[in-house]
Design a protein. Structure first.
Lengths: 325, 741
């Protein structure tokens, strides 16, 4: 398994280099340092001298890939690509275009994002599995049929609708929780209750349907019939056998997203005023702070790869037949 | 539904019903507001609640130049002059300065000239400004000293800073008196390495400032100055700024530029204490975002108490604030509106402000309706989601909806000193002034006039802007010197005067002009090829606008092709002169017509000089008038010159039409002294607050409804019971239908 992990990690390097090159092309070739300077300096009373100064102060006055003016190794290292892009491999994201320490922002904003994303993930998983098991248990009844219809309806609605409707009904009409905002400590629960509920509800339809299908497939297998024939109760069959075996495909879809929980949610955080990485990213996009956007996309790639590796590892934990080689 | 037979089932249902009944009974029961986003400890405080929807880029007064930064910067710093809060037209008055400056002129040899000396003979203008004595800075750790007078926080580093990340984390603070030298320090900071000041384009007129910039850069290049650390600007003399005594500031600028007075009302010239720069220049401060760009230090009515980017910013009353009284005069109607009720009271009238991060308009609006925001300003969000709920437009007048009136919401409007307009790139050979012959240029002018008539701004405002706006008649917006109202102020090339109001000329007239321009029915008279014009826009927000514009021009047979791109390319097109028609806007930096007319001066051309003349309008007659106008004193009779410049612009039509935006403010019944004023940024110190009324109304408006919880509980119980019944039935079955194969 160690060899497998090493191989996966080594394979991650060229993938990340590819992502980095693509990012670099997008940000520095399509959008020039001049554009970045103008975005930061504003549209009014910006002189060409101010733009040159801004670029020089931030190292954007260097050539993109090859510095013909430099000598030796500096021809390669004294370029925007190495200075701004390659060092991301060391998780050194430097300063934002507005001059702020990105690493510090990441470490600060990660926690509000997790405070939202983790409950949504855990509660959502628990509720979806519970309901899916319930529907599987009630299979072929009118309750099952109604449940599936409800799931399809839930799936068909945009997540933005859940947010706006949730804020309007729960917080504005019923006055049960604050519409938006954030606090630390125990008081955070008041602000997180609605976004968590909305997040869970928004993902419920598709997850319940998917998990229900998995459980129904398991229920039809021979070992389940054998278990019933032994005289086990339906609950014992469901929880001891069906759930355990159904977890393998469920893990495929869930473990892969665990690392990404750190990144937060762009829309949810933005609407609920949660000062996490989602808000941070959306603000950077709107302010055209490409140093931040670059860093966030790179981290997203790293976490996605980490998620895939974790998924592979999780197979070995839940299914002894799986061996990573 | 039949209950299952056992007694336990009945008991369970009875319990569920009892729970539901209790919950339902609680509907309408008064309780503390569950949805209050603020801590209970704030309920007794006179804090005004507002929002911000993007992180302020700069709070450093040398760099800050946009409106949502001005909210904070002008609350913490005080310029030398500011605009009277209530009087209109806007009038400049002393602020930190004791009086208006004494202005004198000198020739190239340094001899003093009389006040009416010809502009050409004036080599320098000298502004001598007396600063009010006794003004003190806000309490700040930068001023903290020990018993021997040594600074307490002068030798900090990463280790000694520890976990500090907010200014409140420093135990000790101090203050000191403001001196004229602090203004000089700030003026020098405009050219400090690592600071890109938008004010430099104006303040480089100060004698010696450009030389100082070169000197500083040379020091940095030679490695003698660390641009990341503290640069003690006191060590670098600036020829054009002197402080003969601690309360006198003397500024010399090149030539004559009466508008400089308006620039002295901006935060580019505010006192910045050198101690603050020394404090923030210590190792580890920048990494913790303890910088002047995040934590301003000033003498203003408020001080930065908390700065959590993308979450919360708090301003607290500055306990050291100088004597500053609420005005006792205003414009007609102010007394009736209650705006003079606090006459003579010491400012500020509230304890502070709490700004919460609110990116989206919908949650903001809902919180405003709940009473959790004290004010809504139409300039805050690109679109106003609550327009139909809050406002109604009848006969062109904006008023509150009955629902808002019941809430006691107040509405105040202002036609802003700003313009938004459709323009022509005058370098364009078809539509602009780029034709080869005078005849071709005249035809292009007629084409522009035809289009100016066809673009129906009244229709545009009604459809796109909810009717909010005043069709533009010229480059000078209402409220500024030089603006003419009524028939005298009408653009006669686009409108006629009928029944006491300006009436847009008919489309037949536009078609006639189009034919005279060589495009009868929108086709080239020589070739028969349809006339196709291009409109350059920059985002999807403009699509709806463009569709209307395309439709309007189609009425006279002109085909308009939108070319939408992203913002950077849009700007690039204008810099390179590749745009044909586009949309632009300008907010006043200061309330003077010069700030609008300078945009048509050829030496400010976008393509040739990278200036603000985005139309690239170039007319020697206009230039001569503008040069004369620019040198005129602010109190001189400038109207005739303005009239001639406006007439030239109307005749040549580089602007195809536009509007002056009508902004509105909605404020809660407990918030007093609100009055819109686009160019006044220090307005927060005038606000008053009735905290008790706010608490009562908020509680009344936000009673929690518990029946949804009861319904949810019932639903869960019912589903659980049904599942249980199904389970028991299944377990009791002797054979499972369909399971045997």
């Amino acid at each position: 398994m160690i060899a497998y992990l090493l191989r996966r990690l080594l394979l991650a390097v060229p993938t990340l280099i590819g992502v980095n090159l693509l990012l670099f092309t997008l940000f520095f070739v399509i959008s020039s340092p001049d554009d970045m300077a103008r975005a930061q300096l504003g549209a009014k009373r910006v002189t060409p001298e101010a733009i040159e100064r801004w670029k020089a102060d931030r190292g954007y006055d260097k050539p993109l890939f090859w510095n013909a003016q430099a000598a030796g190794r500096a021809r390669f290292t004294e370029t925007i690509f190495v200075q701004k892009s390659a060092r991301m491999f060391l998780f050194d994201f430097g300063k934002s275009d507005a001059g702020r320490d990105i690493n510090r922002e990441l470490s600060t904003r990660m926690w509000p994002s997790l405070a939202l994303a983790l409950p949504v993930f855990l509660v959502g998983l628990f509720v979806a599995i519970t309901l899916a098991l319930l529907l599987a248990f009630l299979r072929a009844t009118w309750l099952d049929f109604t449940g599936v219809i409800v799931c399809v309806v839930l799936m068909s609605i945009s997540s933005l609708f859940y947010i706006i409707a949730g804020q309007y009904l729960v917080a504005r009409v019923w006055n049960l929780v604050p519409i938006s905002g954030f606090a630390t400590g125990l008081d955070a629960a008041r602000f997180l209750a609605l976004p968590v509920a909305v997040g869970v509800l928004a993902g419920l339809g598709s997850n319940v349907r998917w998990y229900r299908a998995i459980f129904l497939e398991e229920i039809g297998k021979d070992y389940v019939r054998t278990a019933r024939a032994k005289g086990l109760s339906e609950l014992a069959v469901l929880f001891r056998h069906v759930l355990k075996n159904g977890m393998i495909p469920i893990l495929t879809g869930t473990v892969v997203v665990i690392p990404s929980l750190f990144l937060g949610s762009l829309i949810t955080e933005s609407f609920f005023g949660i000062p996490g990485l989602g808000t941070f990213t959306i603000e950077a996009i709107l302010m055209q702070d490409f140093a931040i956007v670059r860093a966030m996309v790179f981290i997203g790639s790293v976490l996605y790869i980490a998620g895939l590796v974790l998924t592979d590892l999780s197979y070995t934990l839940v299914d002894p037949r799986v061996r990573l080689q | 539904m039949m209950l299952p037979g056992s007694g336990s089932w009945r008991r369970t249902f009875a319990a569920a019903a009892l729970l539901a009944a209790l919950c339902l009974a609680s509907v309408g029961v008064r309780a503390g507001a569950w949805n209050d986003p603020y801590p209970a400890s704030e309920r007794g405080q006179a804090l005004v609640y507002e929002s911000f929807n993007s992180r302020p880029k700069h709070l450093d007064p040398a760099q800050s130049y946009v409106e949502d930064e001005a909210w904070f910067v002008y609350s913490v710093y005080e310029p030398l002059y500011d605009y009277h809060y209530l009087k209109r037209p806007y009038s400049l008055q002393p602020n930190v300065a004791e009086a208006m400056p004494q202005v004198s002129y000198r020739d190239a040899q340094g001899n003093e000239l009389p006040a009416d000396a010809p502009v050409a003979s004036i080599a320098e203008t000298v502004y001598e400004i007396r600063i009010r004595p006794g003004i003190r800075y806000q309490p700040h750790p930068a001023f903290a000293v020990d018993a021997e007078g040594r600074p307490l926080y002068a030798d900090l580093d990463e280790d000694s800073l520890g976990e500090r990340s907010q200014i409140g984390d420093f135990e000790h603070t101090g203050t000191r008196e403001l001196e004229a030298a602090d203004f000089a320090y700030q003026i020098k900071r405009l050219v400090r390495p690592r600071i890109e000041s938008p004010g430099l384009a104006i303040f480089s007129q100060i004698v010696g400032l450009e030389d100082l910039a070169a000197r500083l850069q040379a020091e940095v290049d030679a490695g003698r100055l660390d641009p990341e650390g503290w640069i003690d600007m006191r060590q670098f003399p600036l020829e054009g700024v002197a402080t003969p005594d601690p309360h006198t500031l003397r500024i010399r600028i090149r030539g004559k530029y009466p508008q400089f007075l308006n620039w002295l009302a901006t935060t580019f010239v505010v006192p910045v204490p050198w101690e603050a720069e020394r404090f923030y220049g210590q190792p580890g401060m920048g990494r913790r975002e303890l910088t002047l760009d995040m934590w301003p230090v000033g003498t203003g009515p408020f001080m930065m108490e908390r700065n959590l980017p993308l979450r919360e910013i708090r301003l607290a009353r500055n306990p050291e604030y100088r004597r500053d009284l609420y005005p006792c005069e205003g414009e007609p109607g102010d007394a009736e509106a209650g705006l003079l009720a606090d006459c003579g009271k010491q400012l500020p009238l509230v304890d502070g402000f709490r700004f919460s991060y609110e990116k989206e308009a919908t949650p903001f609006w809902n919180k405003f309706l709940q009473g959790y925001y004290d004010m809504y300003a139409s300039t805050r969000f690109a679109s106003f989601t609550g327009f139909d709920t809050a406002l109604q437009l009848q006969g062109g007048a904006l008023s509150l909806s009955p629902a808002m009136e019941r809430h006691g919401i107040r509405l105040r409007t202002e036609v802003e000193p700003a313009i938004e307009y459709f323009l022509v790139n005058m370098l364009d050979p078809v539509l602009g002034n780029g034709g080869a012959t005078p005849e071709a240029r005249e035809r292009a002018r007629k084409l522009r006039q035809a289009i100016a008539i066809a673009i129906d701004i009244e229709e545009y405002l009604a459809i796109i802007k909810n009717g909010l706006g005043l069709p533009m008649q010229g480059p000078v917006p209402p409220g500024l010197a030089g603006y003419r109202d009524g028939e005298a102020g009408m653009n006669p090339y686009v409108y006629t005067w009928a029944n006491g109001r300006a009436k847009r000329r008919s489309l037949d007239e536009a078609r006639r002009l189009l034919a005279e321009a060589g495009y009868p029915d929108g086709r080239d008279v020589g070739t028969g090829v349809p006339l196709i014009l291009y409109f350059d826009g920059y985002d999807s927000f403009q699509r709806a606008r463009l569709e209307l514009l395309v439709k309007q021009l189609a009425r006279i047979g002109v085909q308009l092709v939108p070319r939408l791109t992203e913002w950077n390319r849009f700007q690039e097109k204008h810099r390179k002169g590749n745009a044909q028609m586009s949309f632009w806007g300008w907010n006043a930096d200061y309330p003077d017509p010069e700030n609008f007319l300078f945009q048509y001066y050829s030496k400010n051309g976008k393509v040739r000089f990278q200036g603000e003349n985005v139309t690239n309008y170039d007319d020697p007659g206009f230039d001569a008038l503008f040069e004369e106008f620019r040198g005129m004193d602010l109190d001189a009779d400038r109207q005739p010159v303005i009239d001639r410049m406006v007439e030239l612009l109307r005749h040549d039509a580089p602007l195809l039409g536009g509007w002056n935006n009508e902004a509105f403010q909605l404020s809660q019944p407990w918030l007093g002294n609100t009055k819109p004023g686009k160019v006044i940024h220090s307005y927060r110190k005038y606000y008053s607050l009735d905290v008790d009324r706010r608490n009562v109304l908020r509680a009344e408006w936000n009673r929690p409804a518990l029946w949804p919880l009861a319904m949810a509980a019932i639903a869960i119980v019912v589903i659980a019971l049904l599942a249980l019944r199904h389970y028991r039935r299944r377990e009791a079955q002797t054979a499972r239908p369909g399971s045997a194969t």
